[in-house]
Structures are given as structure tokens and as C-alpha cells.
Write a protein that binds this ligand. Structure first.
Ligand code: BDR
Ligand code: CA
Length: 349
């Protein structure tokens, strides 16, 4: 089943073995509706693409956005927290609480991506001051409280390093059953971006990612394999700017900044908006075709540190006594993704 995507073309481009193509099918992540919105917590390190992802969730009636929690990643955690507060204010969502989480990885290392996102994390975009401040209880305690208080299981979209989520899983094992799903942006079947092996969010805290992938919580992994199929260009940035909303202008500035960096480094005229893909996938029923994989995280100190080793070959899994622990994104309808972003930013202030 290919869910209507051109799986063959994509698989040829990425030289995926045939069993990846055969397995690509419909998603299994939960999906909200305006009548019954999906309770959602976003754990984020805003971040250019995080900022667009938060906008998408802020605008969408399919979500009941319970909180945005922050983690150090693209920029220092204090900057990420300030960005989250200001973004939610700009998007008209001061009702959504923000709490600050881990500054660095479980083992103490600190990895930043300021060369991509700028020192501020959001390029050169200036946002009006927020009216709220971060909740004093902190990200991990806030996530735990929201899980405990929610009458129904809650989806979490981790779109930064997985440190806070690993801490929740470790410190509150009795609440794991209250997590309906983790739809995370991170990892890659193929090449990484932080290193040849590792994607940034996993590279920033491989031990945390290891805890998450071993947790037994249903996971959808939106990795570079799909985010690099949903690229925005200058015309898309112009379309966001042309929406006539202040939020559309913010989204356009952030996209332009990302486009400038990509052009400077690789000569590319497009950019991936990685984190927004994870949110868009949770929003609609059939944006990304996924396949079941056993994902192991390399936590060695060698050149593959942070790699998500994705095994989807059924006979090998049977032989080794393994079962899939994640649905991994294989193919995305990039045009539809762009339209979802435009529709969302048209609705925001
Ligand atoms: C991921 O790394 C970060 O720089 C982005 O915000 C995204 O979450 C992409 O590799
Ligand atoms: Ca991010």
C-alpha cells in the first residue's frame, strides 16, 4: 500500500531497498478533529522551523495545545523559552503555558545549532515582548502534571533534543500509559545532518533518544528522509508574506533566514521546515506514509554516535527476536505540506 504517494520514485532517488517501499503505508498516529481535538504537548527548542511548527499547532482546531515546553538545542534554553513565549504571544495563544526544561544532554554535553538558526534561535526576527513568563515548575514537572490531569491520553510532539522526554519517562513511569503517542522530528534512515551519521536532535542527546526508542510508547519518527522531501523556496516565503497576517510575515522572515543559510552553505535554493512536518502529520490523516522499523540509537563514542539505525526487514527482525518500535516516515506529499502551512498562517493574527 503506498497511500497514493510515488513511493517508487522516492525509493529510487534514495536507493532504498525494495522492502522499504513495500512496507510504506498508512499512518498509525492518532488524529484530532475540530469536534474532538487531540490533546498535544510540544517539546521544542525554537528554532526557525520550530517556530513554524508551533504556529501550525497554534492555528489548528485539530489540537488542544496543552503546553509548549523547551529544551536547549538550536539555541540556549533561556533563549528558546523566551522565543516560545513570544511566538505564542504573536500567534494569539497566551492561553498556552510554557515551561523551561533541560539546558543540555542527560550526560551534560551541550550542542547548539546557532550557525543555522542564529544566536537568538530565530534568525534576525524581532518579536514583541511576551506577556507571560515561564511556569516555575519546569518542563518535566509540567508535562507530568498535564499527563496526570488529562482525562484522556496525550500526544507529545518532541521537535528538539529528547532530554526532557527521557526524563519524564524515567521519573514518571506510572504516567507512560497517559502518553498516546510520540510524534517526533529526529533521526534518519539515511544520512544525518549534524554528522554524516546523525541528525541534530538525536546527536544532541543520543542517550535520551535511546531511552525514548526503548520506552515502548508508540512512536512516529519523522526523520530527514521525509523532511527533505517537503522543501520550501523563496516563492513559498513570498506566499506566507502575502497572506496579510503579522504571523505570515514572521513565518516568511524565518523561512527567508533559513533559505539564506542554505544558499550560503550548499548553494541550495530550498529549505526543509523539519519540525512543522511532525505537527502537520499529527494534524491530518494521511500526509506522511510510514513503515514499521526497529530503531536503535548508536550511543557509542565512534563516528556513528547519534545514528538512528533503522531496521525494517521482517525476516531479520524475526531472526533477531525484535519487533518494530517506531513507524518511520518514508514519503510525504510536499505540496500538501506547504498548503497546510499557508492555511494555518492565514488563520493566525
Ligand atoms: C532538527 O534540528 C534542529 O536544528 C531543527 O529545529 C530540527 O528540529 C533538524 O535536524
Ligand atoms: Ca527543533
Amino acid at each position: 500500500m503506498s497511500a497514493g504517494y510515488d513511493v517508487e520514485r522516492w525509493a529510487a532517488v534514495h536507493a532504498l531497498p525494495t522492502y522499504h517501499r513495500a512496507a510504506a503505508g498508512a499512518r498509525t498516529a492518532p488524529c484530532g478533529t475540530p469536534e474532538h481535538p487531540l490533546p498535544l504537548i510540544i517539546d521544542s527548542d525554537p528554532g526557525l522551523d520550530d517556530a513554524l511548527a508551533i504556529g501550525l499547532a497554534a492555528a489548528s482546531l485539530e489540537f488542544k495545545l496543552l503546553a509548549v515546553t523547551t529544551v536547549g538545542g538550536n539555541a540556549d534554553v533561556a533563549r528558546c523559552t523566551e522565543n516560545a513565549l513570544r511566538l505564542l504571544h504573536a500567534y494569539g495563544r497566551d492561553d498556552v503555558p510554557v515551561a523551561e526544561g533541560a539546558a543540555g544532554a542527560l550526560l551534560g554535553s551541550i550542542v547548539r545549532a546557532t550557525e543555522v538558526h542564529g544566536e537568538s534561535g530565530i534568525g534576525t526576527t524581532e518579536l514583541p515582548p511576551a506577556v507571560n513568563t515561564a511556569r516555575p515548575e519546569g518542563a518535566v514537572a509540567l508535562i507530568a502534571r498535564l499527563l496526570a490531569e488529562s482525562p484522556e491520553p496525550v500526544a507529545i510532539a518532541p521537535i528538539g533534543p529528547l532530554t526532557n522526554i527521557a526524563l519524564v519517562l524515567r521519573q514518571y513511569p506510572h504516567l507512560i500509559s497517559k502518553i498516546s503517542h510520540l510524534c517526533l522530528m529526529g533521526g534518519s534512515i539515511g544520512e544525518g545532518n549534524y554528522s554524516v551519521s546523525a541528525e541534530f536532535n538525536i546527536a544532541a542527546d543520543p542517550e535520551a533518544a535511546d531511552v525514548v526508542f526503548r520506552s515502548g510508547v508508540p512512536i512516529t519518527m519523522i526523520g530527514l528522509d521525509v523532511t527533505h522531501q517537503a522543501l520550501l523556496d523563496r516563492a513559498a516565503a513570498q506566499a506566507l508574506r502575502g497572506l496579510g497576517t503579522r504571523s505570515g510575515v514572521i513565518a516568511a522572515e524565518l523561512t527567508d533566514y533559513a533559505l539564506d543559510r542554505n544558499l550560503e552553505w550548499s548553494g541550495s535554493t530550498t529549505t526543509a521546515i523539519h519540525d512543522a512536518v511532525a505537527i502537520a502529520h499529527l494534524m491530518v490523516g494521511d500526509l506522511v506514509a510510514v513503515a514499521p522499523y526497529y530503531v536503535a540509537v548508536d550511543t557509542t563514542q565512534g563516528p556513528a554516535r547519534g545514528r538512528t539505525v533503522c531496521d525494517g526487514l521482517p525476516y531479520r527482525l524475526r531472526r533477531d527476536g525484535r519487533t518494530a518500535n517506531a513507524d518511520v516516515g518514508i514519503v510525504i506529499d510536499g505540496g500538501r505540506f506547504e498548503q497546510l502551512l499557508l492555511d494555518a498562517f492565514a488563520k493566525l493574527p
